[in-house]
Design a protein around this ligand. Structure first.
Ligand code: DQQ
Length: 493
């Protein structure tokens, strides 16, 4: 059996289900989606999440609850908020948490129809009481025909509360609506913070912007949206710009993708960790069929914390939060190696495991493509390729041969996004594998989330390759990672 934090030749059966991540958070059972109410309170980090304990899919949603002292090792707590009141009997949807003068306070969307509600927490955030005057925003702004009205993001500034609410304006596109309040109870509509122009945006921005987040980063502001509707693949986009008098003005006309994985990463929320750092957690979706998720008894994963920074070029930088280093176990370092086309995929000897951190630096040389083979079987019949492609200036995640299973699930499609390297620039691939999850950080400025579901227990190998020329692997550090969450089980209480 594979031991936690050690390299292994086969996938250990610990945790029962070989596809279930070991150091990413999943729900104790069944369905998880958006992270909600992220807040640091005293010594603890609280992560609530959209949860359906009874099955797979968005039904009768509630706030699951997990707590951590270090952002990495999570413990499940009982459900914090469940449907039941007339204004949320069809679901306690996404929202945020704030510190209201020492009282933990959640602001969420109750369904149906979509209204904004408030709940107060006990000092330790274990008990929650819904406000008796709920909903605190019960009606939509007059004169606007909206495609949705949900997912409040609230922050305090200059003695007032401000809210960005996910929405869309019929016939126009997605929108984020602004509200203001003196007390979190009485809210005044302040107009759209930003609205899209469906069809006129270079990137598809859909008809509804879910889960907005608006926060300062360096000397700019960032607006993150989860765009959906109008036939687009739901995806996370972010704008950099300025925010003044309740209006967000983007620096560029267009948002950029927050992740190159084509929608596996969704509905992220920022955690203000009490200091200056901005950390983002998102929901990593499944690629398997609903039937397979149902049979597995779990679905949905919370991403690793992503640390954002503002570059001098006005672009958002993204790295994994340094706390994740705590999971590192056995380590191996490889030094300089030449990679040529004729060698194909070169297996990294003596390294194996489905829970790995890989930090590799490549000089692309004159190669057309250079990168890694992940979750590789010894004969190479199962493998997932992750590489930079020079001609198209992009990062590619190709799980087309990840599994020998005879199915046509959508996760097998190639995911790719723009990644241009400077003439002498090193390609740095920093990848986190957790059984079926891959989160990759590239050169501190892009990331990609992917899924792959290999069938073979010996598909735990790692390889490196170059195509169409010769590249150099400068160095590569590999760690076997420890488990950080209880594998399944019923939460206490
Ligand atoms: N998920 C929630 C909604 C939100 C959507 C429902 C985004 O509040 O708009 O589970 O994934």
């Amino acid at each position: 059996m594979a031991k936690d934090g050690r390299f292994s030749e086969v996938l250990g059966p610990r945790g029962g289900d070989p596809h279930r991540p070991r150091y990413h958070l999943t729900a104790p059972r069944n369905w998880l989606n958006d992270p909600n109410g992220l807040i640091r309170w005293g010594d603890e980090y609280h992560l609530f999440y959209q949860h359906n304990p009874a099955g797979i899919g968005i039904e009768s949603m509630r706030w699951g609850h997990a707590v951590s002292m270090d952002l990495v090792r999570w413990r499940q707590l009982p459900v914090a908020l469940a449907p039941g009141a007339p204004y949320d009997r069809e679901g306690v949807y996404s929202g945020c948490a704030v510190d209201d003068g020492g009282v933990p306070t959640a602001i969420y969307t109750g369904v149906h129809p979509e209204v904004q509600c408030l709940a107060r927490g006990s000092d330790d955030l274990r008990q929650w009481t819904k406000h008796e005057g709920n909903p605190v925003i019960g009606a939509r702004p007059e004169g606007l025909e909206l495609t949705g009205f949900r997912d409040p993001c609230v922050w305090g500034r200059q003695g007032r509360w401000h809210m960005a609410l996910g929405s869309g304006i019929k016939g126009r596109g997605g929108a984020v609506l602004g509200y203001r309040s003196e007390n979190l109870i009485d809210w005044e509509y302040a107009g759209p913070i930003l609205a899209g122009h469906r069809g006129r945006d270079a990137l598809p921005t859909g008809t509804m912007w879910e889960c907005p987040n608006l926060f300062p980063l360096g000397d700019r502001h960032v607006l993150v949206i989860s765009a959906c509707g109008g036939g687009i693949t739901p995806d996370v986009l972010w704008f950099v710009g300025s925010y003044e008098d309740g209006v967000f003005i983007p620096d560029e006309g267009q948002p950029r993708p927050a992740d190159l994985g084509g929608g596996f990463f969704y509905a992220p929320q920022r955690l203000l960790d009490g200091g200056d750092r901005v950390l983002l957690f998102g929901w990593i979706k499944e690629g398997r069929s609903t039937g397979a998720q149902d049979a597995a008894g779990w679905s949905g994963v919370i991403s690793l914390p992503r640390l954002l920074s503002m570059g001098t070029d006005g672009r958002i930088g993204v790295e994994v939060a340094p706390e994740v280093k705590m999971l590192r176990g056995e380590h191996r370092r490889l030094e300089e190696a030449e990679l040529a086309e004729r060698d194909g995929v070169v297996p990294v000897e003596g390294i194996g495991g489905a829970c790995l951190e890989v930090d590799a630096a490549f000089d692309p040389g004159d190669a057309e493509a250079v990168g890694l083979a992940l979750r590789r079987s010894p004969d190479g019949r199962e493998e997932t390729l992750l590489y930079w492609e020079r001609a198209r200036g992009r990062l590619v995640f190709d799980p087309g041969r990840a599994s020998l299973a005879d199915d046509a699930d959508s996760w097998r499609g190639v995911r790719a996004g723009p990644l241009t390297l400077g003439a002498e620039e090193t390609l740095r691939i920093h990848a986190f594998l957790d059984r079926t999850v891959v989160e990759v950080f590239i050169n501190g400025r892009s990331c990609l989330t992917g899924r792959m579901y290999p069938t073979r227990p010996d598909s735990v190998g790692l390889g490196v390759f170059a195509r169409g020329g010769t590249a150099t692997l400068r160095h590569m550090d590999i760690w076997a990672l420890e488990s950080a969450v209880e594998p399944g089980g019923t939460p206490p209480g």
